[in-house]
Design a protein around this ligand. Structure first.
Ligand code: GTP
Ligand code: MG
Length: 463
């Protein structure tokens, strides 16, 4: 990362569109933009900040006109990256955009790496890591709940919460410093009992934030439901019904679905990601067996299960495996093919140990679709849980946040154990410092290149 250089990239996705934006950031951003672009009206103030001016882009080498474009310049530090930024709004042609980027590169700008604009914003103190992540979350949001959460994080709600906790941790450390400094003097210091009480209070706050992960993750990524059942039960028919399209192959031949097919359905503010899976049965051919293994994994990692049973056939050992997989899980069961003569009853499924609620169903008709959608929406809402009104509603939404809070809690537990064992304050202080550092990694107060690489890797070029 060379902050001293100037980077360029399209800020809009590749393809044809009415308008595309080519963005430059760095010390020479404005200068390079003005080498490519001239105002149409003579005498117009080309360098006026944060206004759009109409002009023309020319190839500075040949003088050949390339496009009509608007230019906006944002002098440092009042820009997204905190550096000089220039944005050329040109026409949205694939070739045109490539040509303009190449012109800027010809004047010394370097093509930006994925996420490099946001990374610079972070390095220049314009956003913290949770806000940078929120930008990626806004772009990938698939529902109103995800948008709301991303905007909340973008407004700094999470960084404020985590920084509050980190400062409490540092305050604990300050108490120990006093113990270290005044060890030889006969002054009264707060007792270790007070100290462990303070650790416990802080630990409870950390755990409360950690507990928001399930909601935060589901809001961000959607809830995952795996459709499982024996071959030919009607799983793919159900997926297609819920999607309203012939997404999965449906045939009367058992074993039609082999790979996991994932599609999102919008049921409410939080999307549900449905995974249609291979029918569970032993003795399948090698390809189908791999699919069945994937089905089991999809079932294990899903938030919800939709178990489909074929009501036109008697119970068998494949149905028994479905019941076993669904033991103790959330979701619902459908007794499908109710239009055919019944050979299996809901009572029998329950008697055989099915704990999911069972409904008679027919995947060939859409008269039960609205009711099913409503039930799934309800399950998703229950799964996400209500935002805790006592807890300022801030959620964590990424595995990275969860892991950091986990290690902060582990370090606090170590510190508590040492304090209780009357260890010297220096020893206790080491673990308290580790807890503060783990919290600092969430916001980026302490961030290594590795952490930054990991975060900005998921960004696309131009962001
Ligand atoms: N009569 C009737 N037929 C159904 C119903 N649901 C599905 N079918 C039929 O059952 C057959 C199998 O349906 P699929 O949806 O492919 O079943 P699947 O569970 O995905 O099967 P695999 O992918 O092989 O595991 C097809 O011929 C469907 O048309 C139903 O409610 N009633
Ligand atoms: Mg199928």
């Amino acid at each position: 990362m060379y902050l001293a250089d100037t980077i360029v990239a399209p800020a809009t996705p590749p393809g044809s569109g009415a308008v595309a934006i080519v963005r430059l950031s760095g010390p020479r951003a404005i200068e390079i933009a003005l080498e490519l672009w001239r105002p149409l009206r003579a005498g117009a103030a080309a360098r006026a900040a944060r206004v759009l001016r109409l002009g023309e882009i020319r190839d500075p080498a040949s003088g050949a006109p390339i496009d009509r474009a608007l230019l906006a310049i944002f002098p440092a530090p009042n820009s997204f990256t905190g550096e000089h930024v220039a944005e050329l709004q040109c026409h949205g042609g694939r070739y045109l955009v490539r040509r303009i980027v190449a012109l800027a590169a010809g004047r010394g700008a370097r093509p930006a790496e994925p996420g490099e604009f946001t990374r610079r914003a972070f390095l220049n103190g314009r956003v913290d890591l949770t806000e940078a992540e929120a930008i990626a979350d806004l772009v990938s949001a698939r529902g109103d709940a995800a948008l709301g959460q991303a905007l909340e994080h973008l407004s700094g709600a999470l960084v404020r919460r985590v920084e509050g906790l980190r400062h409490q941790t540092i305050a604990l450390r300050a108490r120990l410093e006093a113990e270290i400094d005044f060890a030889d003097e006969d002054i009264s210091l707060p007792s270790r009992a007070d100290f462990t009480r303070a650790i416990d209070a802080l630990g409870a706050d950390l755990r409360a934030l950690l507990d928001t992960f399930r909601r935060g993750r589901i809001v961000r990524d959607g809830a995952r439901a795996a459709i499982i059942g024996k071959p030919n039960a009607g799983k793919s028919s159900l997926l297609n019904l819920l999607l309203g399209s012939d997404r999965a192959i449906v045939t009367p031949i058992p074993g039609a679905t082999r790979d996991v097919i994932e599609e999102a359905v919008a049921l409410g503010p939080i999307p549900l990601i449905l995974a249609d899976t291979a029918g569970l049965r032993p003795g399948a051919d090698p390809v189908e067996s791999i699919g069945i293994e994937r089905a089991r994994r999809a079932a294990a990692s899903a938030d919800l299960l939709i178990a489909v049973f074929d009501g036109s056939r008697p119970f068998d050992s494949d149905d028994a495996e479905v019941i076993a997989l669904a033991a103790g899980r959330r979701g619902l069961a459908l007794l499908n093919k109710r239009d055919l003569p019944p050979r299996l009853a809901a009572e029998e499924l329950r008697a055989r140990g099915l704990t999911l609620p069972v409904t008679d169903f027919c995947a060939l008709a859409d008269d039960q679709l609205d009711a099913l959608r409503a039930r799934l929406a309800e399950l998703v809402a229950t799964l996400a849980g209500d935002p805790d009104p006592d807890f300022a509603r801030v959620t964590i939404s990424r595995e990275r946040h969860r892991a950091a809070l986990d290690s902060a809690l582990a370090a606090l537990a170590e510190a508590r154990a040492s304090a209780v064992a009357a260890m010297p304050p220096e020893i206790v202080a080491v673990d308290i410092a580790a807890a503060a550092e783990a919290l600092g990694a969430i916001t980026g107060v302490v961030a290594t290149e590795d952490i930054l690489d990991l975060i900005f890797r998921e960004f696309c070029i131009g962001k």
